[in-house]
Write a protein that binds this ligand. Sequence first.
Ligand SMILES: [Zn+2]
Length: 408
Amino acid sequence: MRKANLILKALEDGTGILRLAPAWVPRDFLAPGRRLKLAPEDIYALGVQRGGIDERWLASTVKANNPGAPEDEGLSYVVIGDSEKAEKILLKEAISEFGETILGKDVVRKYGGWTVLTKFFDNEGPIPFHLHQKEEHAKKVGQASKPEAYYFPVQLNMVEGRFPYTFFGLNPGTKKSDIKKCIEKWEQGDNGILGYSRAYRLEPGTGWLVQAGILHAPGTLVTYEVQKASDIYAMYQSMVGDKRVSKDLLLSNVPPELRSDLDYIVDMIDWELNVDPKFKSHHHTKPFFTENPEETRKDGYTQKWIVYGTEEFSAKELTVLPNAKVKIRDEGAYGLVVVQGHGEIGKFEVEAPTMIRFGELTSDELFVSVEAAKEGVWIVNKSKVENLVMLKHFGPGNPATPKNLSNA
Ligand SMILES: [Zn+2]
């Protein structure tokens, strides 16, 4: 009851906008890229055995599935009151209690809630070549399929890391027997699967949309990832450089009775999508303006769709020009993170952080409930010279989302 009252108070005080605390996540199988503004002395704040912190989850209602993780790892907290004596409640609890108010009745009924997970990930080296199972294979292990989208914010990618390329899909002409052989020689060193794939140069300010069943090995740009809230995957690469990838990571989301069935494991790969000779034109996402930028610039802003082409989620990048005050309307609830500049959003002061201590609050992350979004949010850029830039992540059921890539 007390929690419910607090959430209501937060919604009322923020006129439908909630302030969120940063949610940091370590990965013990990856090395951190150190570009998320987390203080260098806090990269291993959770202990070296837990791994370096290389992810920040945004507007998250998903617990990180990490060995040894505390109950609330990965979950976003709503911050209520002033920074000094703030109270905190999980966004997940706020949504399960007041989902219809925060997201809208239709969204809760049709999709069951906030079914999207957004994060920044930042790795020193590439991630092993993997896929996320399609619905038919995910269902067999009681999970949901997972499409995902990437966008590389310019502000976080002044340094591109040592491998700014991502392998996607398989070369046309690759045979299923080739991939079976790679899996058979898993324990004999590098299984050579990247030899059947192609890497694409990652460009800051653009992105990709990857449906379930597509193999990918994300490169080292800082990535704003919007994806369906699910943690299913299968790794197909046995070594990254000289680091071994456990075969368990290929098999953990395969039904036990099928773990030695190479046909099944290869069938998890959506063959047609992977060997598509026009892979880039079918998956690369170039941002495009939501409205004529010449017109909106006169009003003090420009806005682009940066993630689109699926019903599950979408994202926009909003730029408010120096000294401008604008009212921006949207058709669905969204989380937002400020990546450049400072100013005000609704009643909240916001700023892109320079350095964040682990466990401390920031003023860069908010959640805008559906009514507030529809009514329009006042945003003020308080800089005389610098843009105020934010990324806005939407869940399913935003009627404005461009449904396919050819809308661009
Ligand atoms: Zn992935």
